[in-house]
Design a protein around this ligand. Structure first.
Ligand SMILES: Cc1cc2nc3c(=O)[nH]c(=O)nc-3n(C[C@H](O)[C@H](O)[C@H](O)COP(=O)(O)OP(=O)(O)OC[C@H]3O[C@@H](n4cnc5c(N)ncnc54)[C@H](O)[C@@H]3O)c2cc1C
Length: 436
């Protein structure tokens, strides 16, 4: 994009909390003044769940603090606000005489609606960049409306295609207009010792380097990726990818560089393959629009389910009759993360054993995951529930088999205190009975 030297720009960070490979930010680095803004995710009450879990909030706060500190070294700063974008951005544009706004694509329905709302209220250009995905819309060999319904045709269509090379971080940035930048409130939550990961680009890049180049764990990823513990088997890059502290193009480039310089095997391929799943869910979320949140999804298939509040509460608390599920749920709440295998097992239990509406499970994950990503979360939940991209119509995991294969000694279940005394599925308090 051409920038005009005397212009004042506003760049709205969303899921791109980084300087490295941030084409949107770079495009505005030639302005005369640049106001950098982040708007805290909207608290949308949904499935009786509100707010953000302590670990998710911590990771996001750390990511913002790290971005702010890096920007300050370049004479810039970050304004973090808590109101709705449709109100805040037009106010800032007016108050600071902004000429142009830039931001990045976010795949969720509500996030896209917010952007449309901002656009409608502004009479100046709003430039939207594609920095959360490997491919841009132009790179895709089909129109968004023809987006494949399942993963394999999507993978076959995009695999081997070139994606944009990561761009260098800007060395300098224009000064901000005369804004009062607040300090971020202190966050007193520490990472859990079982997953000592911190938000920000630096810890994310370190983890990428460690997993790929230093420990070379990527070489055996295919054999270890189903491990239930964080940092042990899979890359655990998702928290940085979801918040945009790391760019997916940087991760893909690191994989391909490793393949050229060191080893190329099924495992190195498989890590890239998983990035394509992330990509698939992103583009699917855009195509599915509000259907991503509908119980029957885009086909509007009616699936019988129930809402039994006590069963849901027990699932959330890791207090069900299934020790492995309990352990996964306790790990999720304590650390803000669970492995892919763990998420699948817990989701399958909610859908198939408890017969609950999958969206309640998804909303609980949304609250707690430090790697919460609207497209991956709701897309994977739909997949398990059989209303999404699974051509087999949903997944029902056999708990005994899963425990035998992934926690044969019961070490993981014991570590997270999964064994709870069995309880009846339904309880009725004496006070509920009608008195004659
Ligand atoms: C019910 C459910 C909910 C989920 N919610 C989220 C979510 O909110 N955010 C999120 O990033 N992932 C989500 N996933 C996908 C997956 O579980 C996580 O991406 C993965 O466990 C993160 O760990 P990792 O970084 O070690 O993954 P790795 O196995 O090392 O994979 C590397 C990267 O590939 C991507 N990836 C891997 N598997 C998937 C997948 N199935 N779908 C989409 N992307 C994938 C992630 O970006 C991940 O960081 C969910 C999966 C399920 C079953």
């Amino acid at each position: 994009m051409q920038t005009i030297a005397n212009e004042r720009h506003l760049y709205w960070f969303r899921n791109d909390l980084r300087l490295n490979d941030n084409r949107g930010l770079v495009a505005h680095a030639g302005a005369d003044r640049l106001l950098l803004v982040y708007i805290w995710p909207q608290n949308r009450p949904w499935c009786n769940i509100t707010g953000m879990g302590a670990q998710r909030e911590r990771f996001l706060m750390e990511s913002l603090a790290a971005l702010k500190a890096t920007l300050r070294k370049l004479g810039q700063d970050l304004l973090v606000l808590h109101r709705s974008p449709e109100l805040v951005i037009p106010e800032l544009v007016r108050d600071y005489a902004i000429d142009r706004v830039g931001t990045t694509v976010a795949p969720g329905y509500y996030e896209r609606r917010a952007l449309e709302g901002v656009r409608r209220r502004l009479q100046i250009p709003v430039q939207v960049y594609e920095s959360a995905t490997l491919f841009t819309r132009e790179d895709l060999p089909f129109e968004p409306a023809d987006m494949p319904a399942s993963f394999t045709p999507f993978r076959k269509a995009v695999e081997g295609r070139r994606y944009l090379d990561p761009v260098a971080r800007p060395d300098t940035l224009p000064k901000p207009p005369a804004v009062e930048f607040h300090t971020l409130p202190a966050n007193h939550t520490a990472p859990h010792t079982a997953l000592p990961v911190r938000g920000g680009s630096l810890p994310g890049s370190r983890r990428l380097r460690q997993f790929v180049a230093e420990d070379k764990s990527i070489v055996s990823y295919q054999q270890t990726r189903n491990c239930l513990d964080g940092l042990a088997g899979s890359s655990t890059l998702s928290p940085w990818l979801a918040n945009g502290c790391l760019s997916v193009r940087e991760v893909a480039t690191a994989i391909h560089r490793f393949e050229q310089q060191e080893v190329r095997n099924e495992s190195t391929y498989w890590l890239y393959f998983e990035l394509l799943w992330r990509e698939f869910f992103h583009w699917r979320a855009i195509a599915d629009d509000v259907n991503l949140f509908r119980q029957g999804s885009r086909e509007n298939t009616l699936h019988h389910c129930t809402f039994e509040p006590r069963a849901f509460a027990r699932w959330c608390a890791g207090d069900t009759d299934a020790p492995l599920v309990n352990a996964i749920m306790r790990q999720l709440v304590a650390t803000g993360w669970a492995s892919n295998r763990g998420r699948q097992i817990a989701a399958s239990y909610l859908v198939n054993e408890l017969e609950l509406d999958w969206r309640y499970g998804a909303a609980f994950f949304e609250k707690h995951l430090i790697d919460y990503d609207v497209a991956s979360n709701y897309g994977n939940w739909q997949y398990i529930a059989g209303v999404g991209a699974d051509p087999r119509g949903g997944r029902h995991f056999n708990l005994e088999k899963q425990a035998r294969e992934h926690d044969p000694e019961g070490v993981f279940t014991a570590k997270w205190q999964g064994h709870q005394p069995p309880q009846p599925k339904f309880v009725t308090d004496a006070a509920d009975w009608p008195l004659s």
